[in-house]
Design a protein around this ligand. Structure first.
Ligand code: VGL
Ligand code: ZN
Length: 189
């Protein structure tokens, strides 16, 4: 089965950042394996947008404040940068999330101008990949469905934290349940 991208389609790359890749502060196992698929998708997508986790130094999600996570994706630091393996040439728009010190925001739609920007660009279908499947990809896909977008998840372009084994698979099942389909980068034309 193949999927042709055209007008009305956009690729959303969720948090393709250094800290979510091996060697980073909150690494997804094998997280850097998503880049070949993401880069292939970016090359054929008519429009590409990326989100970034962009936290203040004392963010509520950090363990020092009782949150679940080590310090990660602190705005302006190396760990918050897009991973060097990401082909950034096609990215037209970057949205930052998790910027309020007292509020967690996993979804790329949460507190950002993303939905409006996509509508302004006549987007009705989103191809979504990035990190991590079980947190920010999941939340972004569920919000995208709520916002009325068609969604395809790029299966070889996502990676899970898997705090509990199977979290990534369960998240994918939830996204399908919400009406998202899945596609592999090799099927894109
Ligand atoms: C994420 C945990 C904490 C993500 C962000 O991008 O999936 N996960 N902050
Ligand atoms: Zn975060």
């Amino acid at each position: 089965m193949s999927v042709t991208l055209g007008p009305g389609d956009a690729l959303l790359i969720v948090d393709p950042q250094v800290d979510f890749c091996p060697g980073g502060a909150l690494a997804v196992p094998g997280g850097d394996a998503v880049f070949p698929a993401l880069n292939r998708a970016a090359q054929v997508a008519p429009l590409v947008v990326a989100s970034r986790d962009w936290h203040p130094a004392d963010h509520v999600s950090f363990q020092a404040r009782g949150g679940p996570w080590p310090v990660h994706c602190q705005a302006g630091t190396r760990g918050a940068e897009f991973h060097p393996d990401l082909d950034r040439r096609w990215i037209e728009k970057v949205v930052s999330k998790g910027v309020d010190r007292d509020r967690e925001a996993y979804s790329a739609f949460d507190g950002t101008e993303l939905a409006g920007w996509l509508r302004e660009h006549q987007v009705h279908r989103l191809l979504v990949g990035g990190l991590a499947t079980d947190y920010c990809v999941r939340a972004s896909v569920l919000d995208a469905r709520q916002e009325g977008f068609e969604v395809m998840v790029l299966e070889d372009g996502v990676g899970a934290v898997d705090v509990k084994p199977g979290d990534g698979e369960r998240a994918l099942a939830e996204m399908r349940e919400a009406g998202a389909s899945t596609v592999r980068s090799g099927e894109l034309g």
